[in-house]
Design a binder for this molecule. Structure first.
Ligand SMILES: Cc1cc2nc3c(=O)[nH]c(=O)nc-3n(C[C@H](O)[C@H](O)[C@H](O)COP(=O)(O)O)c2cc1C
Length: 389
């Protein structure tokens, strides 16, 4: 596939037109209510960011057991589906295509947030040791998870399907499966967290079985060309360890390519969950994995307008995601186009709380000083709409 263009070229994804190649990637902001029901504040937030060509929702958990933190939205109850509708409509206000990210955290959960008060379930009873769990009471060690039975695995596969059906009912155009960042699907893929000896563990084929089954089940509820898969192939965040990541993720990329999904969403090696770190020594070049995928490739992680244009020009990505930049610049595409200054991210209100740090970032025009009373040193608008200081 020819992959050469600019961020403002239109594009076609799963048969739907995108107005630009700018993606709002999934960003957990913890503004749902205590039952995982989306709130009007979320409607405002997504509406503010509707200028992206593709909007991918924050991770939406597929069952109550799938969650690790309070106030994360779900896609398993009728109330959640009803409350997502206006949020999705708001995100579509400027013509964006809108996907829901389906999420199950597996061993990254904790008994304090599990409905039965017991440790979470995962492919194998292997605890995360290198990172703390952020509980309401502070940072505490992760627990050893309970091993999923094959019957329970089948139940989770079904739950992915049900969540995908709910996503369609809520108005989403498609779904993205969160197979990145050491969450449940990634736990099945990596041999450090998957020690199973049944047909879900051992060989590459067996470790990929869960992902294959989930994609196949979800595809019973919406077309394959409306299903995306997100991977973080070089990340070891949350002990996502494997004895041979290059072989593993090359195989996973080929698998989802053969399945004919809508897109592959690759997280860059410099990203550990939500922060930028040094590129791991054993990282796999994004271009190498993108080259194995026959279809649309989204790349996210540490990019600005210049590096994103380069990714497109180099034919590595078709679409580029901007996470933290989109949090602090709700009108990011507009700012890119106008070469306007970018607002920095503030540390408050990233996870949880109210409007502060969530919906109170200004649009560029609002950020401009009053022309009659300019702030010294602040940018002012020229008649052409460009900025000058
Ligand atoms: C506050 C925050 C929440 C995030 N939540 C999610 C999430 O729900 N699902 C996911 O796949 N990635 C999540 N990420 C990762 C982002 O999608 C993205 O990969 C990361 O921020 C790197 O991109 P950036 O450098 O453009 O910010 C989150 C990142 C941040 C900063």
């Amino acid at each position: 596939m020819e992959r050469q263009s600019t961020l403002f070229d239109s594009f076609s994804l799963g048969g739907q037109p995108l107005r630009n190649r700018i993606v709002l990637p999934p960003l957990t902001r913890s503004r749902a209510d205590d039952d995982g029901v989306p709130t009007p504040l979320m409607e405002e937030y997504y509406g503010q960011r509707a200028g992206a060509g593709l909007v991918i929702s924050e991770g939406a958990v597929i069952t109550p057991q799938a969650s690790a933190y309070p106030r994360v939205p779900g896609l398993y109850s009728p109330d959640q589906v009803t409350a997502w509708r206006p949020v999705v409509e708001a995100a579509k206000r400027e013509g964006a295509v809108v996907y829901a990210q389906l999420w199950h955290v597996g061993r990254q959960s904790h008994s304090s947030v599990q409905p039965d008060g017991l440790p979470p379930k995962a492919p194998s009873p292997v605890a995360i040791t290198g990172y703390p769990y952020r509980s309401a009471a502070g940072r505490i060690p992760y627990e050893t998870p309970r091993e999923l039975t094959t019957k329970e695995i089948a139940g989770i596969v079904q739950a992915y399907g049900a969540a995908a059906r709910n996503a369609v009912r809520a108005g989403f155009d498609g779904v993205e499966l969160h197979a990145a960042n050491g969450y449940l699907i990634d736990q099945f893929l990596n041999d450090g967290s998957n020690r199973r000896t049944d047909h879900y563990g051992g060989s590459l084929e067996s470790r990929m079985r869960f992902l294959r089954e989930v994609v196949t089940e979800v595809a019973r509820h919406l077309p394959m060309e409306r299903i995306g898969v997100r991977l973080s192939p070089s990340s070891v965040w949350m002990d996502a360890n494997d004895s041979d990541k290059r072989t593993l993720y090359s195989s996973v990329v080929r698998l989802v390519s053969d399945l004919g999904i809508a897109y592959l969403h690759l997280v860059e090696p410099e990203i550990a969950g939500s922060t930028t770190v040094d590129r791991p020594a054993a990282s796999i070049p994004t271009a190498e994995l993108a080259g194995l995928f026959d279809g649309v490739v989204i790349v996210t992680g540490g990019h600005d307008q210049v590096s994103a244009e380069q990714l497109l020009a180099d034919g590595i990505a078709d679409l580029v995601g901007f996470g933290r930049l989109f949090i602090s610049n709700p009108d990011l595409p507009h700012r890119f186009r106008a070469q306007a200054p970018l607002e920095p991210l503030r540390p408050t209100g990233i996870y949880g709380g109210g409007p502060e740090g969530y919906t109170d970032y200004p649009r560029w025009q609002e950020a401009l000083p009053d022309p009659l009373f300019p702030t010294p040193g602040a940018p002012t608008r020229t008649p052409e709409g460009d900025t000058a200081s």
